[in-house]
Design a binder for this molecule. Structure first.
Ligand SMILES: [Fe+2]
Length: 336
């Protein structure tokens, strides 16, 4: 438990970094807790620790580890073989963050390659096929019911790259098309290949990517946002190392805060494993490590207005987290 001061400054705030709030001082460190029982508990998990059938079975799909009532869902993919089908998510936009490996995303609206640190955005209803280009891979998929847009704040010259129509796919190939909805997968057998595209006629491809390293950090303000959904329901930020005083103890009452540590070399407080995701549910007072780490590290944050819960697969890989430096909590009693 933190004992560095007898006066703690604390912030209660609305709308994440964008709303109103109030500051108080207390003589106790309010993020500390002795134990917790129930679902609304801070936790962490390394996405690489989730059991992934895709490693051995090309027909398998990614495994969800967080899900919420509005349809927001986070999954982990460990694809080791090309998809033997084409997939289209009819409920949500998808952001694929590539942690390890090199993946070809071939879609009906162009092709691009995802490499470590890339956010690959595939909107709703876009048929696509993923193929690992070199060995195994690891990626995190964020699904949002609202249409995601590149929405930098503060603005920066984007390193955004659109999918391009490349070499045409063979047209006359019988193809399995899976439509993914809230209640499972519907399997179509098509006489031709949905990915065979002659030309893109109007406007840019709706499929694009951006690398985390191309999102700047700002030493003076809140973290830099780069993707948003309607109503600011889901927001993506760069949360990498920067020269700034430690954030105050705070209560983010409108958003769950999920922070994903991509790579070092520096440790971010109690987090030093690539692929580690920390989650502080909304309304849980917390502190969080300093971002001023001279050795540097890369991390990103998802703010989710939808309250997220661990799935059974997520809970099997998760541990309770303390809310000071985001290390493991001393007890796991009552967590699952
Ligand atoms: Fe926070």
């Amino acid at each position: 438990m933190a004992k560095e001061s007898t006066e703690y400054r604390e912030h209660w705030g609305r709308e994440g970094f964008a709303g109103t709030g109030v500051n108080v001082t207390r003589t106790h460190h309010s993020p500390d807790y002795i134990s917790v029982t129930g679902p609304h508990a801070p936790h962490r998990l390394n996405v690489g620790a989730v059991a992934l059938p895709e490693r051995d079975d090309a027909e398998a799909l990614p495994v969800a580890f967080h899900a919420g009532r509005t349809g927001v869902q986070l999954s982990v993919s460990g694809r080791a073989h090309a998809m033997p089908f084409v997939l289209s998510n009819v409920e949500a936009d998808e952001v694929h963050f590539v942690q390890e490996g090199e993946l070809e995303f071939r879609t009906a609206y162009g092709t691009l390659t995802g490499t470590p640190g890339d956010f690959v955005v595939i909107p709703r209803g876009i048929p696509y096929r993923v193929r690992p280009m070199a060995g195994s891979s690891l990626s995190v998929i964020v699904e949002t019911p609202g249409a995601l847009r590149f929405d930098p704040s503060p603005t920066f010259g984007s390193g955004l790259r659109r999918a391009v129509i490349g070499e045409d796919e063979a047209r006359d190939v019988e193809t399995v098309l899976l439509l993914k909805s809230f209640d499972g997968v519907t399997r179509y057998v098509k006489p031709t290949n949905p990915l065979a595209t002659q030309a893109l006629l109007d406007g840019p491809s709706p499929v694009w990517k951006l690398n985390l390293r191309d999102v700047p950090t700002d030493d003076n303000g809140p973290p830099v946002q780069f993707i948003a959904s309607p109503g600011r329901d889901e927001l993506f930020y760069n949360l990498s190392a920067r020269h700034r005083r430690r954030p105050p103890i705070h209560n983010n009452v409108d958003y769950d805060e999920l922070i994903f540590y991509f790579e070092g070399p520096g440790a971010w407080g109690g987090v030093d494993e690539p692929g580690m995701l920390t989650c502080v549910p909304k309304g849980v007072i917390h502190h969080g490590p300093s971002e001023d780490v001279p050795e540097g590290y890369y991390a990103w944050m998802l703010e989710s207005r939808c309250t997220l819960r661990l799935t059974d697969a997520g809970a099997a890989a998760a541990e309770l987290m303390e809310t000071d430096l985001y290390g493991p909590h001393a007890t796991t009693e009552g967590f699952r």
